[in-house]
Write a protein that binds this ligand. Structure first.
Ligand code: ZN
Length: 308
């Protein structure tokens, strides 16, 4: 079902719109200029045929769709300094342009390794740096929580609250949380517990090694369904809540980080309960572009396994 709703290699609609708009405007502007030259017509003042002019437009207009040097744009510099990630992305021209600039290598001011940013990538080949990183803006989750780990980043908490409210209003049940932020120390005990119980190979498919978990950023949250008492994370996939989350989480800035059929890229078995907050701009671009992993979105190599 997820595959049918978000087909791989879907055409990026938003790009077509961004490109089409400036051409339309340019044609209109040229039309206006042409009209002005006709204010004092003379016998030999023949207006150039508009289609021929329009045909020359793309080479001029495509360059101005997004800033050529986004990191030199004052709006980008200011938003980065202010820690306003959504404003940074907006100043790039939006989520799709932000992604394109990173993939093209024209955004040296953006680090996908910065654990405080909404665009951080943490996977089996991209550990947190420093490995004992602790987020600064933290609060308690605004939903029912089934473990003692109630902390979550404040921006992620607000989005989670809005999403849970919308899910409930849609009649799809009640969204709760197993846990969100996990410190480096907690991940040490979680991971070693998994290794003791199932062996390292099995543990690596479902639990991140310390320093390699998205949960340490405060931007990841494991959600559960709380209809008549909360279920566990393993039971989430079959619920109405899960179906709603798979379809609508992006509207609140979240992506389902470990989808079915993506284990070869992410290194994790499907986890419909593990949501990663990337903010509304990036989540929209991710959804509209038909992406299924953050690695694919930023054109990074697959990260199915640790280097050692
Ligand atoms: Zn998780």
């Amino acid at each position: 079902m997820r595959g049918a709703m978000h087909p791989r290699h879907a055409s990026p609609r938003s790009r077509v719109l961004t490109i089409a708009l400036p051409i339309g405007l340019a044609v209109t502007a040229l039309g206006a200029m042409w009209a002005m030259t006709e204010v004092t017509p003379t016998a030999d003042a023949v207006a150039p045929p508009l289609p021929a002019v329009a045909a020359q437009l793309p080479s001029v207009e495509f360059a101005s769709v997004a800033p050529a040097d986004p990191c030199g744009e004052p709006a980008v510099v200011d938003a980065l300094a202010a820690g306003d990630d959504e404003a940074v992305i907006a100043a790039f021209g939006g989520g799709a342009d932000f992604r394109d600039a990173i993939v093209a290598g024209s955004a040296p001011c953006i680090s996908l390794a910065d654990p405080a940013r909404r665009w951080v990538v943490v996977n089996k080949t991209h550990p947190l740096a420093p490995e004992d990183y602790e987020p600064s803006q933290m609060t308690e989750a605004p939903v029912q929580t089934t473990t003692a780990s109630r902390l979550i980043r404040t921006d992620t908490a607000a989005a989670l609250g809005d999403m849970a409210e919308a899910l409930n209003a849609s009649g799809s049940g009640v969204l709760g949380m197993n846990n969100a932020y996990r410190s480096y120390g907690l991940q040490v005990s979680n991971y070693s517990g998994q290794v003791s119980a199932a062996g390292q190979a099995e543990a690596d498919l479902g639990s991140a090694r310390p320093g390699f978990s998205e949960h340490q950023t405060g931007l990841a949250v494991d959600v559960v369904a709380c209809d008549s008492g909360c279920g566990g994370i393993d039971a989430f996939g079959a619920t109405a809540e899960s179906e709603w989350v798979a379809a609508h989480a992006w509207e609140y800035g979240f992506i389902v980080r470990y989808e079915a059929d993506a284990t070869g890229t992410t290194g994790y078995e499907p986890e419909p309960w593990h949501l990663r907050y990337v903010g509304p701009e990036l989540a929209s671009a991710y959804h509209e572009g038909g992406y299924h992993t953050l690695e694919e979105f930023f054109a990074l190599p697959a990260a199915p396994d640790y280097a050692h």
